[in-house]
Design a protein around this ligand. Sequence first.
Ligand code: SUG
Length: 444
Amino acid sequence: MNWREVNFDGIVGPTHNYAGLSYGNVASAKNEGLVANPREGVLQGLQKAQHLRGLGMTQGVLPPHERPHLRTLRSLGFTGSDAEILTNAWKSSPALLKNLMSSATMWTANAGTISPSPDTADGRTHFTPANLAAMYHRSVEHERTGSVLRAYFPEGEHFAHHDALSGGTHMGDEGAANHNRFCSDYGDEGVALYVYGRSAFDVAKDLTFPGRQTLEASEAIARQHATKSARTLFVRQNPAAINAGAFHNDVVAVSNKNVFFYHEEAFEDPAAMQAMLREAAPEIAFEFVEVPSAKVPMCDAVSSYLFNSQLISVPGEDKMRLILPVEVEETDSTCSFVEEMLASNGPIGAADFLDVRQSMRNGGGPACLRLRVALSDQQLGAMGANAVLDDMLVADLEAWAKRNYRDRVEGGDLGDPKLMEECFTALDELTQILKLGSIYDFQQ
Ligand code: SUG
């Protein structure tokens, strides 16, 4: 049976803006208050997706969520028409409304954790939406994420869904951004490596920035996905990396099949991590590309997003390919490192630099923008919705974005009922394009 990794990219939402919401995310803090260009953002994302398609990859998309998140505003006591709720919330607390207008759902690496069917006890692919409890603006995402994932991957013979973990920040879970799956080939049994920032019940005195993922949350997900315990590993991210701005492990590490590309300071104990992986899966020919701090200082890794790249196996290519943000080319240390790496005889043989600056300014690189799902042909055929790109869908999405998106959104616009209406109109049209049914609250 033929297997592949499908990347589902988050479509940048019509309310994309720079609100400085993510403490510990250096770019989000630095760019607070900038004028955003949602139209450029959505088109940059679609161009990235098109680039991958052009290489022969299978590429999907995930829709933005409805913003403002009226359901949360109602639960906080705002009443009346949608426009009244928005206006009153803006008057009462611009900070609250900024959180509930965020387009952060574009970073689908945080949508959830996925254990593909070769790894699970019941032979189904398991999905758990991330509760994203660490950041208020993201903590409202998981319900909609869950309903979209269920629409895409219908519960039944092939796919199994779980609710996001309850338990607030103690069970803080940020999804695939802190989870790597290694394998020889996508359809072979893999090994799961969960990376956490802290333990739920200890005070992490070595962290200055939030450790968003707890060990206990990762363990809970692994339990409900019923992967083999001998092939399910948990390692701690280096607290120094979190304190330097690596708020998710995918800011300092990326994997594909048997290859792990990561920064020397990414993990608390990289030697132990390598040994654990080798012991758990002796049949996988692991290749570790550990980048020394002497070549790429951690601050450059965090500002350029060298590791927030997509490491992909392109059909017909012997070596793997990296999809990097242009910032890597513009940073001396990372540019030199990539040149040197490609010239060496390692497992990574090509690199493409793409412009996703609208997302990068909020701390989201190519890897943040995609959720990976390993699927067999049969599973791909069992998917619901119309979310795997072909020429027609790309053309429809581009026309949709150009028709519906503003080229300027800044803080003061977020309380504007017109922006809300534009957002709802755009999403209503999108549900028809993606054949999603009426999934959004405002449609019911
Ligand atoms: O959760 N930024 C996102 C970026 C997520 C990146 N994802 C991965 N590394 N996988 C976050 O911090 C900023 C929004 C703002 O400030 O307006 C934000 O939510």
